[in-house]
Design a protein around this ligand. Structure first.
Ligand code: NAP
Length: 378
């Protein structure tokens, strides 16, 4: 699948999904060019201990694309590129509520123009064989089902070939605007492919809520950002939601991005990355794996997130990519483990634990973290 002259352009490598995918690309031996918004963003990627541990040298280069919405934004970035992984797109989460008047500018424009600019650039350069675009399950599911106003029957699961109409707004929430941005990006990309019939093809990946260690987070407050915040806030005693019961491990998302570059995986096709989850099961999982943290009040059991049942058929993905999705238990474990490691960087928190609990919680690992020694796994 991989040739020494392969060069993968990745966008979004400064985020949760992208940083994990970048590590997997480097680990698989690819030459990688990461498009980031600024030199400071490049420095933040290079500063990660996981990247340092891999010591990629000239196999990892960067290109600065300050604004992905500007016409021709990626024209220089694609020079000599054979594959593209396009992850960059604004995410909606509890910590970034965008005012209604900015929904279009913040969500829709970069999602659509960023995708189209990349497709145009790839077409012009002529060396690209495949583009993988990170879409979302929200691009396949009507909003009333996503928000639980209508329950999707178990015998009519979401499939990768489902398509829904674009809602032009106005939007009542950042989540609704985000969902519309993913619908619009998918529609525009498919229409572009149909119209231009380029030499490359496109794989659309549709993850459920992505959970698992986020290696761009350097503090426990940063670990609380993005979709991990649903599990973590629940385990810190918050009651909120509801959210659809479809989740996926960040490791599986990264793995699927790498496997999707293989041309034996059929292109111009959508693949769902998801398995069923009941959000509140996180409490049992925490009791099983992190009882020491509960005893020390680092985790609190009174929280609740209601689950909206959403049947999803991801069997095509398992068939085409040849792997089984990791369980919700593994997703929660990875998210919470990392959160606790970062939390324990504070001496005042460390002091609250008995010696036995410090061992159980993996304090040596926390100390490794403090000294900048950690494993690269995301
Ligand atoms: N997290 C989930 O549960 C989930 C589920 C399904 C699909 N997805 C998709 O996965 C992708 C990444 O999500 P994530 O969870 O990794 O989010 P994230 O941690 O917020 O990362 C988002 C990435 O996109 C970049 N980005 C955002 N807005 C941008 C803009 N206007 N111009 C240029 N770059 C921009 C960010 O760059 P900066 O660092 O410069 O801001 C960052 O690299 C998105 O396409 C999202 O829709 C995520």
């Amino acid at each position: 699948m991989r040739f020494s002259n392969d060069l993968v352009l990745i966008t979004g490598a400064t985020g949760h999904v992208g940083s994990c995918t970048l590590l997997h690309l480097l680990e698989a031996g690819f030459n990688v060019r990461a498009a980031v918004r600024s030199p400071a963003k490049m420095a933040s990627v290079l500063s990660r201990p996981q990247i340092k541990a891999l010591n990629p040298g000239p196999r990892l280069t960067f290109t600065i694309v300050p604004d992905i919405s500007v016409l021709g934004a990626y024209d220089n970035a694609v020079e000599g590129v054979t594959h593209i992984i396009h992850i960059a797109s604004p995410l909606a989460s509890g910590d970034n509520r965008i005012p209604a008047e900015q929904h279009d500018e913040h969500f829709i424009r970069p999602a659509v123009s960023g995708t189209l600019n990349l497709l145009e650039a790839a077409n012009l350069v002529g060396t690209v064989r495949r583009i993988t675009i990170t879409s979302s399950f929200v691009a396949l599911v009507p909003l009333d089902e996503l928000e639980g106003h209508r329950i999707r029957p178990a015998n009519r699961p979401v499939t990768p070939n489902d398509r829904i109409a674009f809602n032009p707004g106005p939007y009542h929430s950042s989540f609704e605007a985000y969902a519309a941005s993913k619908v619009a990006a998918l529609h525009h990309a498919e229409a572009w492919i149909e119209r231009e019939r380029p030499a490359f093809d496109v794989v659309h990946l549709h993850p459920g809520f992505v959970l698992g260690r986020n290696d761009m987070a350097t503090s426990y407050t940063e670990a609380m950002a993005g979709t991990n915040s649903v599990v973590l806030a629940l385990l810190l005693g918050k009651r909120f939601g509801p959210f659809a019961g479809t989740t996926v491990h960040a490791e599986d998302v990264a793995r699927a991005h790498i496997l999707s570059l293989d041309l034996s995986v059929p292109g111009n096709q959508s693949y769902i990355l998801s398995q069923d989850a009941r959000w509140n099961d996180a409490r049992q999982i925490a009791r099983k794996h992190f009882s020491h943290a509960i005893r020390s009040n680092l985790l609190v059991m009174g929280g609740s997130v209601k689950t909206i049942p959403l049947p999803v058929d991801a069997s095509l993905t398992e068939e085409a990519f040849g792997f089984k999705f990791r369980s919700y238990e593994e997703q929660v474990k990875s998210t919470v483990e990392h959160f606790l490691q970062l939390r324990l960087r504070r001496k005042s928190v460390l002091k609250r634990l008995t010696e036995a609990d410090q061992v159980a919680i993996g304090v040596p690992q926390a100390q490794d973290l403090m000294m900048g020694r950690t494993t690269w796994a995301c």
